[in-house]
Design a protein. Structure first.
Length: 232
């Protein structure tokens, strides 16, 4: 079971030393295990993500502490555009995917973009015949209901690029029940409630050089005496 804590174990009367999952418990675990769903996320690839270990450790301390708690955790990654918030969120999700039963990336750039992401998410958790009968509001209601099941508390939602809070309120898209984990990337972190991590420009010169070397395909990038970047 991938090292997960399994509740409601039933003891076999015939073999006192062995433990078995009841059929209902095993079925419920399978029902809510969708794994990482990051196909639509703008992932640059593992080999191209360098640095940000300090921020990742902060994220781990916030999101993984008391991981079996039924209290929702909302983490805000704030910073200017292009600074690496999205890749930080994706890297965290990939690194810790075994800590969650399901992970869903959602494009929160606009309400219409978020609706489109929810439409792509829906087939992962809802029957096709149900989806075809629902309008956008009803679709979200059914997704929220699935995420709000008490036996389904270990999901992670990533709302990416929520940069215009005046357009719509992201809280409208939180599931009904306050469990699970949420990451929001935004240029306006002070407009959203939650734990905040301010993503700053890279300050570690070695990390910056490694990024330049990796993305340029030039392995021998170094800094000159005048602090400008040179190749050897």
């Amino acid at each position: 079971m991938n090292g997960r804590l399994i509740p409601n174990l039933e003891l076999s009367s015939n073999e006192p030393q062995s433990y078995y999952l009841s059929c209902s418990t095993a079925d419920s675990l399978v029902d809510y295990d969708r794994g990482p769903n990051l196909v639509d996320a703008p992932d640059m690839g593992d080999g191209l993500f360098i640095g940000r270990e300090a921020e990742l450790k902060q994220m781990e301390a916030i999101l993984l502490q008391n991981s079996h708690s039924l209290t929702r955790k909302v983490l805000i990654l704030g910073g200017m555009g292009g600074i690496g918030k999205t890749q930080l969120a994706i890297t965290y999700a990939k690194r810790h995917h075994t800590s969650y039963s399901s992970i869903f990336w959602l494009n929160a750039t606009s309400k219409s973009a978020l609706t489109a992401s929810l439409q792509r998410l829906a087939p992962q958790i809802l029957p096709g015949e149900t989806i075809n009968q629902l309008d956008d509001d009803q679709l979200w209601a059914q997704i929220s209901l699935w995420l709000s099941k008490l036996e389904n508390p270990r999901w992670l939602l990533i709302f990416d690029n929520y940069d215009d809070p005046n357009q719509y309120q992201i809280e409208q898209y939180y599931p009904f029940v306050a469990h699970g984990s949420i990451i929001i990337t935004t240029r306006q972190p002070d407009c959203v409630n939650g734990y905040q991590i301010k993503v700053q420009s890279m300050t570690n010169n070695e990390d910056s050089l490694n990024i330049l070397a990796t993305r340029s395909g030039r392995p021998n990038v170094s800094s000159g005496n005048d602090n400008s970047l040179t190749t050897m």
